[in-house]
Design a protein around this ligand. Sequence first.
Ligand SMILES: Nc1nc2c(ncn2[C@@H]2O[C@H](COP(=O)(O)OP(=O)(O)OP(=O)(O)O)[C@@H](O)[C@H]2O)c(=O)[nH]1
Length: 395
Amino acid sequence: MADDDIDDIPELLDTAAEDQALSAEGGSGQPRTVPLTIICGFLGAGKSTLVRISKVGALWTTSTLQYGIELKLAKTINVSSPDDPTQQSEEVLELANGCLCCSIKDTGAAAIEKLMQRKGSFDHILLETTGLADPGPIASMFWQNEEFSMGLGRDIHLDGVQMEEDHAADGIGESLRQIAAADVILLNKVDLVPPVEADVTEEMIRGVNPAASVYRTVRGEIDLKYLMGIDAYRSRQLLSETRKTAVGHDDAHGHEHDDDHDCDHGHRNEDRRDPTHYELRGISSLQINCPRLSAAQLDRLDEWIRTVLWEKQVLNYPSGGAGAATIEVFRCKGIFVTVNGELHVLQGVRNLYEIARVEEGEEEMGLPDAGKLVLIGKGLDENVRHSLLEQLQLV
Ligand SMILES: Nc1nc2c(ncn2[C@@H]2O[C@H](COP(=O)(O)OP(=O)(O)OP(=O)(O)O)[C@@H](O)[C@H]2O)c(=O)[nH]1
């Protein structure tokens, strides 16, 4: 600032753009954030096909400018407009060491931050990762990283992790981490296999990740409302998911692939002998039902989760048990009801977690009778269930 400017009356800041952004969010007073969906899947699963389709899908043909951002190990970010998909703009992302998870923390975040400076330009970001990427660290960075949330995270929120499973690929093993981390799973290329084979695969997927929605697709064709705007990292979505699971109903009814293949989310556990524990190649899921909890029990629950996620230890684990030594939770979700009528939700990715009370006004659907915890990871045996129930003084 030049010396002769010092006594000048400061200019008023132009806040029109910010006001516009706020009103776009319904005047909630919260700055508008751009939803981000991470798309991962095995090599050739159909991720690019899905991203291409999404640009001309229902959500992407409104009058506002909308873009998809593709981030690939090709070391570029391609920004394209649905109005002219052939026109790719100039943004280039250098991945410092070829590792998406590491690079995105520095150069990747900076590149996206640069894009975000064009505030208002993006309605939704699709982040397509390399077929071999483990989405867990990427999701946790976007979701809740202190350093990140002070910068880029102010403008972007994680909407969901979406996993595309290539049914034609050999074996399911390589994709298990991606399945574990996903909020929505597309079982793509179902045209290439007999329905019964897709049934078996779907059963495995649902077993590994009982908290995700699973849809069957051909060439990634799906109504985008099932993929975008799901806000999987906010409490409201989890609340309705938990309710759907509890009553054996999925509001994805009506999607053509679901109807064709009886893809009802809620059916998945009814036929299984042990519906609350599933293990595949060392990765397991465990669902634990919880009655209404006292405030003290909620604190004890927090302590238990913290010890599992941060110390990889299970409180009260029976001595001599093998599982406690190898416990590792990639993803956890939960919903808990207190005896005095509060609703609390747990969201966790890797060692980051949050147990937050659902605000008044989000409880309009009524309180569920009981709560539920879903853990996905390694070493989740029945002793783990028992240890939590003991921690809550329920056994
Ligand atoms: N038959 C069939 N082919 C499909 C389907 N979806 C995608 N494909 C084809 O599968 C091939 C791979 O699809 P992509 O969209 O490039 O897959 P990708 O996951 O982006 O692949 P990478 O970037 O290599 O990881 C392409 O030739 C697609 O046309 C499907 O549902 N059925």
